[in-house]
Design a protein around this ligand. Structure first.
Ligand SMILES: [Ca+2]
Length: 194
């Protein structure tokens, strides 16, 4: 059994069998998985074998994103377990952002990309974005530069515009309709492996 040790003092080995299994489910090539594993172990400073919120904060692409905290919450809570994200979960969630079609499953389908995006808003997971969830995101995006009242008006107007059935929340379907015209594959593909 051949094992790849990725850092000179890495205590976690990635077995060839595991690489193959991850390659099949994620569509990443074995070489891409090894590179992803390098990034994983570099983030996993204390060699715990999993990433915590603090580890994920070290990803520069995330660090500069105003929704960083929320994205990490989605990564850890929705894709990891007990506040931890192991390598397999890490590879799965990042494969969502691959552009090439996955032959084996729909991990990186457009719908799954949109689900990830929707999950950033819908934190109570009722499959609807309500006004307070939208307001939470707006505040992260614009900080405290805009008065509460104005922010409130923006949230209300956005919901009215996107809501098609008059229930004053944005369903996943309405969310997808809005983003239909956007090339999600282009916008949400991360150059994480370069
Ligand atoms: Ca919700």
């Amino acid at each position: 059994m051949k094992a790849y040790t990725m850092g000179s003092n890495s205590s976690i080995l990635l077995q060839k069998e595991e690489i193959n299994a991850i390659a099949i489910e994620t569509g990443f090539s074995p070489n891409q998985i090894k590179r992803l594993y390098n990034r994983f172990t570099a983030l996993d400073k204390d060699k715990a074998g999993y990433l915590t919120r603090n580890d994920l904060l070290r990803i520069p692409e995330l660090h500069v994103n105003p929704l960083c905290d929320r994205i990490i919450e989605v990564l850890i809570d929705d894709h990891g377990k007990d506040g931890k994200l192991n390598f397999r979960q890490f590879a799965q969630v990042f494969s969502t952002f691959r552009r090439e079609k996955n032959e084996n499953n729909n991990l990186n389908s457009k719908e799954n990309k949109l689900k990830f995006l929707f999950g950033i808003y819908d934190r109570d997971k009722d499959n609807k974005i309500n006004k307070s969830e939208l307001l939470g995101i707006l505040k992260m995006l614009v900080g405290s530069n805009i008065p509460e009242e104005q922010m409130n008006a923006i949230a209300e107007r956005t919901i009215t515009e996107l809501d098609e059935n008059g229930d004053l929340v944005i369903t996943f379907e309405e969310f997808c309709d809005t983003l239909k015209k956007i090339d999600v594959d282009e916008k949400m593909s991360m150059k994480f492996l370069t």
